[in-house]
Design a protein around this ligand. Sequence first.
Ligand code: OGA
Ligand code: NI
Length: 352
Amino acid sequence: MVACWPEPIVSVQALSQTGMSTVPNRYVKPLHQRPVINADQTEADIEIPVVDMSDVWGKQEELKRVRSACEEWGFFQVVNHGVSHELMERMRGAWREFFELPLEEKRKYANSPDTYEGYGSRLGVVKDAILDWSDYFFLNHSPSSVKNPSKWPSQPPKIRELIEEYGEEVKKLCERLVETLSESLGLEPNLLMKALGGEDKVGACLRANFYPKCPQPDLTLGLSSHSDPGGITILLPDEKVPGLQVRRGDRWITVKSVPNAFIVNIGDQIQILSNGIYKSVEHQVIVNSGKDRVSLAFFYNPRSDIPIGPIEELVTENQPALYNPIRFDKYRLLIREKGPGGKNQVDSLLAS
Ligand code: OGA
Ligand code: NI
């Protein structure tokens, strides 16, 4: 993998703070990718399903809801998820503070495309690519072999301990979700976790996203359309500033976040493991001219060094294996080179 970026990195936050009135060409999306902002709200009244985690245990009704959410939307919000609301709030606050630090301080963690760990402003290494209107901080939380807290921010004070604590809590939620997904697929509760490589071998990483306010939000995107490459994603959204849009046919639905909920979405690896029953759905982020937005995406991924392919129990005569198996470390490399690109990546594994 290449060790450096094809062009010097520009912090979008710093750019936004110059108070410029137009978006530089590097961020202007081609017409067909530009968002539709302020669309007729009556049309946008559809919402992603909400799942109550205190209800899923042994309740067929709630498992059915989970199943249809994963089949039809690839997205749902979870409430009563067991993670302390106060911890969620502290984590949000700490990352806001991090992004408010002077650029020189953040630049100490400048990342490179070989691991992506640290502070960065671009995904993909394609020269002259049109860039997204955001900065981010990416770090590995699990397994312990790739965890290196010295690469995590040291400011604001106690943020490392906070990331640690938050990661442990959200991982527990992921374990419960994986069990729930397994049951909702009609499998033994522990089968999906086994297929992911086992609780102590799975990967977990965090991306803190910062979407600065933007003078011409209709020309660009905070994050281009993509599906998440890994297993499941637990997003802590900015409750005050919407921005996440989920694809629904040929429309984009802006998610209205429920207070204290997480937004959960299915990644490409669960689509592959479920043999296409569950969908990793395309999503993107729009920006606005009034407010910065901060979101925290926690990615729960399969063990990286085993082949991931459709689960045997879900392969039948009527539904033969849809995907060729691939190791997650290899899969991820492809995405890291190309940057966000809709669903091209998972589609490239379709068995012929
Ligand atoms: C992501 C993502 C959505 C958001 O980080 O993969 O889709 O609202 N984030 O920031
Ligand atoms: Ni995503």
